[in-house]
Design a protein around this ligand. Sequence first.
Ligand SMILES: N[C@@H](CCC(=O)N[C@@H](CS)C(=O)NCC(=O)O)C(=O)O
Length: 211
Amino acid sequence: MTAPALHLYTDSSPNGFKITIALEELGLPYTLHHVRIEQGEHRHPDFLALNPHGRIPVLHDAGTGITLFESAAILLYLADKTGRLLPPAPAARWEAITWLMFHSASMGPLLGQRVHAECFAADRHDASVQRYRRLSEDTFAVLDARLAEREWLAGDAFSIADIATFGWMHIARIVEFDFSGHTHLSAWHLRASRRPAVQRGIALPQPATGP
Ligand SMILES: N[C@@H](CCC(=O)N[C@@H](CS)C(=O)NCC(=O)O)C(=O)O
């Protein structure tokens, strides 16, 4: 049997789960390399040669020689490679890319800061907690309104925009940020979490745990 061309370097974290979910949805064979952040493996020179920013996830495609970091770039690469998880029609395709970018540049980083400020900061700073709570709640409201009359974020099928958003909403649920008041977002989260590939993806390399 030939070795899979795709190599994913990842850990159990919001950005990592996006790619395990996408690979499981696509059914692509891949080799999973567990980069243990807690043990500082993301600072090892071999890993920094793949991503100079020292962050997971990283995808290397031995078939094309292409190495990528930044989860949104990896999701776009996988969609481009397979012709799946991104609507083909231009309007829906650009909608999906817009919501992917909303996630990557706005919602994801804000939620990341909120998780740190609320759950992990050694020295809790109330103004930061309030700021990131308010800003992330704003993005939840935007997503909730978007999902009021549609099943998925773009087009009429589950796409990389949903996968990226789910990566962080899954963590929001694990750390017990209550978004149940955003009923459409909540229903979308439940819908996505019932997909078998999503369930496999969030268990790789192992399930996330709370603070
Ligand atoms: N914008 C990047 C963020 C990547 C990122 O921050 N990954 C985290 C895990 S979710 C990481 O590797 N953290 C290690 C560290 O902060 O030192 C992406 O979307 O891939």
